[in-house]
Design a protein around this ligand. Structure first.
Ligand code: NDP
Ligand code: 2IT
Length: 444
């Protein structure tokens, strides 16, 4: 395989999908060497079969808003690869959603899910519907209309969706209700369900907690821990909230959180009580992070990212490409020691280069945020055996999975000088398992 040629060909065949190209380029450039040690892979064109999704469903979603207007949105499900298990991955509702973004997410998900040690393939779906500013009734009608199309393509052994940006417990609940009605079955076809109807304890917390468990493992390699460390968090949604919760619990100090309008900087640190306020503000009232600054009298910066503030650790937890080369240089100049990604692909390729050249600890999302889908996998297991595990049991399993992922990154990513290249480690480890499974299953 020549990574450059494969990428150029994909760009020609699938133009106007820059995020998909970006995700593929990162993986190809880091696995090329390992791939070429196995001539049997190239004989069956494994690389194209791994980069191009198995299939994509695309549909119109029609719904009626509170004023009686008939509205349309686009709906998608990308089933990327099911070599090691049923397609698995979240659903994103955001105005920016398009096919290229979902293809990048489904591609990433395939490697992430492989790293979790659980039997899950990769998929992703979503819509350009934005829940922002919509009433509860509108969100419910949209979720039902979306599921009216999606339900025939998914199932507990086929494809198991979950949440992502704009899709949390409320939306999963509405989608599950409609799925159940249409399919005449009560099965664990979605994860992230409410605890009363087959959800798993710790699933809401899992991505954020998992990221911090991974960060702890990284810090350990340098004899460090989280105590007293100043942390920048972006976002204020599901991932950001539980990342903050775990940092606070372990004695770190969270000084920023953000949303798509701007960020707040609280030099005293966001403590438990202030975090409770953010959770209520975001999850119940669906307000803006600016209101935190008004309540607690701290700085609010509109239209900016938090990466210019001085800190020890950065935890990007909002969205893709939210941290660019300039941000990275500023973080490094300010003495950042670790960057661990809660979001998917939040750092641009240039930012990643800056972190790696500075030899700081840098973990890509597909390793660091794998805790969310891991507990989704544990939810699938609990649904299959029709039992629910305790909080402690799920949390222990999550810790152990994050530790395993860290070990895999160390195994495949340690360079000659001892620096751990977590990007290479995660990509090679994730790739090898899927590749071996595809080889064993023949040309399909
Ligand atoms: P939420 O919808 O709960 O929160 C998203 C947060 O990011 C909000 O604060 C939102 O601000 C902000 N945000 C979203 N889009 C943008 C944008 N284009 N520019 C700036 N800010 C933005 O989503 P999650 O917390 O679930 O997801 C956050 C990230 O984590 C995503 O990259 C997702 O793919 C990833 N992830 C999520 C997992 C999960 O289990 N939920 C698992 C693994 C990764 P606003 O409210 O203004 O829109
Ligand atoms: O990006 C992700 O890993 C998620 N949004 C979670 C997917 C899942 O199936 O739990």
């Amino acid at each position: 395989m020549n990574a450059t040629n494969v990428l150029e060909d994909l760009k020609r065949r699938f133009p106007n999908e820059p995020e998909y190209h970006q995700a593929v380029e990162e993986v190809l450039s880091t696995i090329e060497e390992e791939y070429n040690k196995h001539p049997e892979f190239d004989k069956v064109n494994l690389i194209e079969r791994l980069c191009i999704p198995d299939r994509v469903y695309q549909f119109r979603v029609t719904w009626v808003d509170d004023q009686g207007n008939v509205r349309t949105n686009m709906g998608y499900r990308v089933q990327h690869n099911n070599a090691i298990g049923p397609y698995k991955g979240g659903i994103r509702f955001h105005a920016s959603v398009n096919l290229g973004i979902l293809k990048f997410l489904a591609f990433e998900q395939t490697f992430k899910n492989s790293l979790t040690t659980l039997p899950m393939g990769g998929g992703k779906g979503g819509s350009d519907f934005s829940p922002r500013g919509k009433s509860n009734a509108e969100v419910m009608r949209f979720c039902q209309a979306f599921m009216l199309e999606l339900w025939r393509h998914i199932g507990p052994e086929t494809d198991v969706p979950a949440g992502d940006i704009g899709v949390g417990g409320r939306e999963v609940g509405y989608m599950f209700g409609m799925y159940k009605k249409l399919s005449h079955e009560f099965t664990g076809t979605l994860t992230g369900k409410g605890i009363e109807f087959g959800g798993s304890l710790i699933r809401p917390e899992a991505t954020g907690y998992g990221n911090i468990y991974f960060l702890q493992e990284m810090l350990k390699t340098r004899g460090l821990d989280l105590k007293g460390k100043v942390c920048l968090i972006s976002g204020s949604g599901n991932v950001a909230q539980y990342t903050a919760e775990k940092v606070i619990e372990l004695g770190g100090k969270v000084v920023t959180m953000s949303d798509s309008d701007g960020y707040i900087y609280d030099p005293d640190g966001i403590d438990r009580e202030k975090l409770d306020y953010i959770m209520e503000l975001k999850n119940l009232y669906r307000g803006r992070i600016r209101e935190y600054a008004e309540k607690y009298g701290c700085k609010y910066v509109a239209g900016a990212k938090p990466w210019g503030e001085k800190a020890d650790i950065a935890l990007p937890s909002a969205t893709q490409n939210e941290l660019n080369g300039d941000h990275a240089r500023q973080l490094v100049a300010n003495g950042v020691i670790a960057v661990s990604e809660g979001a998917n692909m939040p750092s641009t390729p240039e930012a990643i280069r800056v972190f790696q050249e500075a030899k700081i600890l840098y973990a890509p999302g597909k390793a660091a945020n794998a805790g969310g889908v891991s507990v989704s996998g544990l939810e699938m297991t609990q649904n299959s055996i029709k039992l629910g595990w305790s909080k402690e049991e799920v949390d222990e399993r999550l810790k152990s999975i994050m530790k395993n992922i860290h070990e895999a990154c160390v195994k495949y990513g340690t360079e000659a000088d001892g620096y751990i290249n977590y990007v290479k480690g995660a990509n090679v480890a994730g790739f090898m398992k899927v590749a071996k499974a595809m080889m064993a299953q023949g040309i399909v």
